[in-house]
Design a protein around this ligand. Structure first.
Ligand SMILES: [Zn+2]
Length: 122
């Protein structure tokens, strides 16, 4: 049976944040929980009712820890692809099913659809 997804602890999140890499580095990072270089991420712009926000999902392929966060829109700073433009299943899971979304994102990374490519504007 596959291990369920569980959220990073605050201490693990602090460690992840301390080793944060620029968005343009689209490689797996070291996981503070299991130590493997297996931390992946996916970001997308979400159109809110008043403004856009950026939703970020970060997860470990090996130990299935994850975190998600919301921040200011990145559209003005970066150009980046979003596979959800082509993938209705990804769009649907984003709205309805967090564990299912993480499973799907992890599979997309393994298949080479992710990571996204970020390019700084200007
Ligand atoms: Zn891990």
């Amino acid at each position: 049976m596959t291990q369920p997804w569980s959220i990073y602890t605050p201490a693990e999140l602090a460690e992840l944040a301390a080793e944060a890499s620029p968005l343009t580095h689209n490689r797996e990072r070291r996981c503070p929980t299991c130590g493997h270089t297996a931390v992946r991420r996916y970001l997308h712009e979400h159109q809110g009712s008043r403004r856009s926000v950026n939703m970020a999902y970060t997860w470990c392929h090996r130990c299935r820890r994850y975190t998600s966060s919301t921040g200011p829109s990145l559209a003005g700073t970066y150009r980046f692809d979003d596979p959800a433009d082509e993938l209705a299943r990804l769009r649907r899971l984003r709205e309805t099913d967090l564990p299912g979304l993480l499973d799907h994102l992890d599979q997309l990374w393994t298949e080479g659809v992710l990571p996204q490519r970020f390019e700084r504007r200007g």
